[in-house]
Design a protein around this ligand. Structure first.
Ligand SMILES: [Zn+2]
Length: 276
């Protein structure tokens, strides 16, 4: 009899332990998600500033058509997984949240952008490229070449200080960037980083500029006061570049004086038609 009782109660204790562990995880996660935007670290963070060569991911292999619209786990490459309520499941496994795009297609203030086909991409200019800026759209490269040439003619030292901190990013890499710091929630994260599928960097037209003489201002507001930042503010528009996130932008994205997108070419202008 006693042996029989043990056989009955043991699974109950095991089950209780699993439930307690599970609720502990949920409590910990909800505490992490209740922070505010002020605690979000620097815009686009420091992920691209290091010399690490791993920042540009390999091209995503061709995918077979999705077999099911069911949400998947964190291995999902894109944010297109949809939950039962029609929301996009972002960063599954790190937050329990799903978000719905607005009626105009924006998600958390960011507009949807398709990833540029690899055939549209080319190498970043030598001297401007870095470990985290390797490729960009061919149209953007041509405009950047012209702009760098003008800067060189005006001030060779300044032109030499210009560096690309981030250029084309695949959707998969954007997912890694975005989901790496979602502890304060998806909306807070979206103030400084676009969700995957919604980044201008995926088009190959967006470039984050840096000043080699002021690395402390890379991806920081004080970039606006560097020599490169001031030169771009005075000249970049003449070459078709537009500051995507000026102060007080209606997307609610942090001021990013380093993030310029090229939108003057025939294809680029259609890509950003909605944004203008
Ligand atoms: Zn950027």
């Amino acid at each position: 009899m006693s042996k029989r009782r043990r056989n009955v109660t043991a699974p109950v204790w095991v089950l209780s332990g699993i439930l307690m562990a599970g609720s502990g995880l949920l409590i910990g996660r909800s505490l992490l998600d209740t922070g505010d935007a002020a605690r979000v670290p620097g815009p686009e963070a420091s992920v691209q500033t290091g010399p690490s060569p791993v920042l540009v991911p390999p091209q995503r292999p061709a995918q077979a058509p999705a077999a099911s619209p069911q949400p998947r786990d964190d291995a999902t490459l894109t944010p297109k997984a949809v939950d039962a309520g029609g929301g996009l499941v972002l960063c599954a496994g790190r937050t329990a949240q799903a978000v719905k795009p607005d009626a105009d297609g924006t998600l958390l203030g960011h507009r949807p952008y398709a990833e540029a086909p690899s055939s549209a991409l080319t190498e970043a200019p030598p001297g401007f490229a870095s470990g985290s800026c390797r490729t960009m759209h061919r149209e953007a490269r041509a405009a950047l070449d012209a702009m760098l040439e003008a800067a060189r003619a005006e001030d060779p030292a300044l032109a030499g200080a210009m560096v690309g901190l981030s250029c084309f990013r695949s959707e998969q890499y954007q997912k890694e960037v975005f989901c790496r710091k979602v502890g304060n929630g998806l909306a807070a994260r979206a103030r400084s980083s676009a969700p995957p599928g919604y980044s201008e960097h995926a088009t190959g037209y967006a470039i984050d500029f840096g000043d080699r003489n002021a690395p402390g201002c890379n991806l920081a507001t004080c970039f606006a006061d560097t020599d490169v930042g001031r030169w771009l503010d005075a000249n970049a528009r003449a070459y078709g570049f537009v500051l995507s996130f000026p102060q007080g932008n209606d997307q609610g994205v942090m001021y990013e004086p380093w993030h310029w997108r090229y939108e003057a070419g025939s294809n680029a202008s259609s890509v950003f038609a909605q944004a203008r």
